[in-house]
Design a protein around this ligand. Structure first.
Ligand code: SF4
Length: 447
């Protein structure tokens, strides 16, 4: 492929799934000869990979793009902006007249064609037509997210993701395992499997597909692929129905798979769940978490609560708080309901006013923090392995930061280490000597 000397600045907003998509575009553009910069002054083009999960995320994506455009207008250079990801997927043809500052829009399902788009914007003509090469995935740092599926078929009434990302598509085991191989060879120490609904991975395969066909089988295959290297495997975004006996056994019996589970319940009330177009009830969910804790001792559980869904009564709100308290979630993300364009819940009766929403959200956050801080403090005195993630500059000088098995990277707090010499990706044995909020102080015992 013809080489280009142009440099691209990548800006990624939103969740880990977008990070994976940006990595993929970066690899494709790098294979096409494009360089990378983290400085707008040096960039020949900026790619903004956007998030549109909530209205606030859409606003942030647009504000970031407009701020870049401002920078362009005030400066000497003119840097074209390519907007990718969820905002173009969601708003499509509405965007070009509204955002003339953007040179090109690329939906999530068009991102494999990013080289052709960037070539077109920069006026680069290739003698060989752009094609999609088999690129290796590389990441900086010790942790890599692997997307095992895209899209979602659940159509929760509050969520725009199925309209943005499309129907559920499992990625093939061969392609996942090939990426696992590249990442582990590149020094990655933790693989985080993600998707909108990881538990149903493989359900959409037809009978001709050979090899792993369920998430449990995929986890076993990934674990076998990383051996004999020491690599942690974590799964996020499991829906309650996805917790089959087979999956519980795979998490319990596969040493590389961490006993950490992320199940967004959104609510415990059967009535609210039904209005959300979800299944389950308080007794069923309680039984699920009790079973997980019994079958996998020491299991760490993360969840999500969507507060103030239309029609949520005071009693339903109180019963959700009581449920959170009884289950004793280690980590809970709390989101206030946001009426998203095009979703059924946005038009439902019983919308809760902003003051009440704020009050309920604050109460839920207070409880989530009380439970989470206590769960973090309970690790003080334990000795466990910690992966070194990097160095942070503090008032007292540089400090090594890592995370333990019970902390999902980028979500659950970190371990602040007293070691001065370690490299990113080292796995150290650490005694936790103190905690603050979700953070732990760690004394390196061995490394
Ligand atoms: S499971 Fe529900 S909340 Fe999650 S992405 Fe699918 S529709 Fe959205």
């Amino acid at each position: 492929m013809e080489s280009s000397t142009s440099s691209i600045l990548y800006i990624t907003l939103g969740c880990a799934k977008n990070e994976v998509d940006t990595d993929r575009m970066r690899s494709l553009l790098s294979a096409a000869g494009y360089g990378e910069t983290d400085d707008t002054a040096e960039a020949d083009l900026v790619i903004v990979n956007t998030c549109s999960f909530l209205a606030s995320a859409t606003s942030e994506s647009i504000e970031t793009t407009l701020a870049l455009a401002e920078e362009v207008h005030d400066g000497v250079r003119s840097v074209p902006i390519v907007m990718c990801g969820c905002v173009p997927s969601r708003y499509g043809a509405d965007l070009p007249p509204e955002l003339p500052e953007v040179a090109a829009f690329v939906r999530t399902d068009e991102e494999d064609g990013i080289v052709g788009v960037v070539d077109g914007v920069l006026g680069i003509a290739r003698t060989v037509p752009a094609h999609i090469p088999a690129v290796k995935r590389t990441v900086e740092g010790a942790v890599a997210y692997i997307k095992i599926s895209d899209g979602c078929d659940r159509f929760c009434s509050f969520c725009a993701i199925p309209y943005i990302r499309g129907r559920y598509r499992s990625r093939s085991a061969a392609s996942i395992l090939s990426e696992v191989h590249d990442l582990v060879a590149g020094g990655v120490r933790e693989l985080v499997l993600i998707g909108q609904d990881t538990g149903i991975w493989g359900n959409d395969f037809d009978e001709t597909v050979e090899g792993p066909r369920t998430l449990a089988q995929l986890l076993e295959a990934v674990a076998a692929a990383v051996r004999p290297q020491k690599v942690w495997i974590r799964v996020l975004y499991l829906q309650p129905e996805g917790m089959t006996d087979e999956l519980v056994a795979a998490i319990r019996d596969t040493p590389e798979v961490l006993p950490y589970i992320d199940i967004p319940v959104q609510h415990c009330s059967g009535r609210v769940l039904r209005a959300m177009n979800r299944t389950g009830s308080e007794p069923e969910l309680e039984e699920l978490f009790a079973r997980l804790r019994t079958e996998i001792p020491g299991m760490v559980i993360r969840t999500t609560y969507l507060v103030a869904f239309p029609g949520e009564t005071d009693e339903e709100f109180e019963s959700m708080l009581s449920f959170m308290d009884r289950v004793g979630f280690d980590y809970t993300s709390v989101f206030a309901f946001s009426p998203e364009d095009g979703t059924r819940a946005a038009k439902m009766d019983g919308q809760i006013d902003d003051d009440e929403k704020l009050e309920r959200t604050q109460a839920a956050v207070d409880l989530a923090e009380a439970l989470g801080f206590a769960a973090t403090a309970a690790h003080v005195g334990e000795v466990a392995e910690v992966i070194v993630d990097g160095i942070e500059q503090t008032e007292d000088g540089p400090e090594l930061i890592g995370h333990a098995w019970f902390q999902a990277p980028d979500s659950d707090g970190a371990v602040h280490l007293d070691a001065s010499e370690a490299s990113v990706g080292d796995i150290l044995t650490v005694e936790f000597t103190d905690s603050f909020c979700y953070e732990l102080i760690g004394h390196v015992v061995e490394g």
